[in-house]
Design a protein around this ligand. Structure first.
Ligand SMILES: [Zn+2]
Ligand SMILES: [Zn+2]
Length: 355
């Protein structure tokens, strides 16, 4: 067992009010693992959680967010023999109830008991305490061994990469030889670009607004990048794809302006995959999508055991997470970390917190 009984943890006391305080070290239940957190990533979802705009979070004053964490096993529950103290692990945020229709088919990010801890559901850092703390517990099913050659930074981004992989899984999975447009070169988009190249996609085109991120997309494998502020996106994509459009269009941006482009940039008979959340309702010409016989797919988070696939791709050096980490903060400076993320101060890609 971990010897410490108390720990430092960030607690959300009210909208925008996150502070580090002393809390008891959580005790792992029979099917749970206690992890000494080495690093926890921040993301746009955390900003919604911080503002109090995320459903089913625990009450203010007793909730520790953080859903992209990695670390070293400190103790295990009585039924756990898959991991032992000292193992380095990375996680998926969602652990489903394991008993509903969706969990039984691997769709545990759409668990029908979402948020119901008594039924066994746990979304770390969303409906249960997460990784902005020295220690966190998680269900054994949501942990993966982190290969020795991977850094903590890689471990944090593995959770993120699971989102793109799950989306591709939902959209049919087989992208070899296909032309793909990825909107939004944030962490999800940038890991998705790498995954697409690893899976044999033909031309990967990344579209976004920030030149530094587009340059990073190119370094990570994008064949073409489009600055949506200066280029005609639809004309550019058609020009790069022989006038046909992309076989697959993926929106990782969450920008309400992007869905209107789906019908214009996607090939007849192609597919659109949305893995982003938008800040407001969006408009799009759905008839154009129907006329072109385009399949519209959506997915949430990193279901279907796709984090395991992300670990495999990272172990094979086909997915580089550390390249995305631009800012590191100590746990005590977590409020500053979120300010940097929110204000995009210093052009951050992935901001991480080190407890
Ligand atoms: Zn996230
Ligand atoms: Zn379930």
């Amino acid at each position: 067992m971990a010897s410490a009984t108390s720990m430092r943890a960030a607690v959300l006391f009210g909208p925008g009010d996150i502070r580090v305080t002393t809390r008891p070290v959580p005790r792992p239940g029979p099917d749970e693992v206690l992890v000494r957190v080495a690093m926890c990533g921040t993301c746009g979802t955390d900003l919604k959680i911080l503002d109090g705009h995320f459903p089913q979070t625990p009450p203010f004053g007793e909730f520790t967010p953080g859903h992209e964490w990695t670390g070293t096993v400190a103790a295990t529950g009585e039924t756990v023999d898959e991991f032992g103290p000292g193992d380095r692990v990375c996680i998926e945020a969602h652990s489903g109830c394991g008993r509903c229709d969706n969990c039984l088919t691997g769709r545990y990010t759409a668990c029908l008991n979402y948020g119901r801890a008594a039924k066994g559901h746990r979304a770390s850092g969303m409906t249960a305490d997460g990784g902005f703390a020295e220690y966190a517990v998680h269900h054994v099913s949501a942990l993966y061994k982190l290969p020795d050659q991977l850094s903590w930074e890689d471990g944090v981004l593995i959770t993120t990469a699971g989102t793109g992989l799950y989306g591709l899984d939902v959209a049919g999975g087989f992208v070899a030889g296909q032309d793909v447009v990825v909107f939004g070169p944030g962490p999800v988009g940038l890991t998705t670009v790498q995954v697409l190249k690893a899976l044999g996609a033909a031309r990967v085109i990344c579209a976004g607004t920030r030149p530094s991120r587009l340059e990073l997309a190119r370094r990570l494998g994008a064949d073409h990048v489009i600055d949506v502020r200066s280029a005609d996106v639809a004309a550019s994509v058609l020009g790069l794809t022989g006038g046909e459009g992309a076989d697959l269009t993926i929106d990782c941006s969450g920008s309400p302006a992007v869905p209107e482009l789906f019908g214009q940039v996607t090939k007849r008979g192609g597919k659109v995959l949305v893995v982003a959340f938008y800040p407001s309702p969006v408009t799009l010409d759905l008839s154009a999508i129907v006329r072109k016989d385009i399949t519209l797919c959506t997915s949430r988070g990193e279901g279907g055991n796709n984090v395991k696939r992300a670990v495999a791709l990272a172990a094979a050096a086909k997915l580089r997470g550390a390249d995305l980490v631009t800012h590191r903060f100590a746990l005590d400076d977590i409020a500053e970390a979120f300010r940097v993320l929110r204000e995009r101060d210093g052009d951050p890609v992935k901001v991480v917190v080190v407890p």
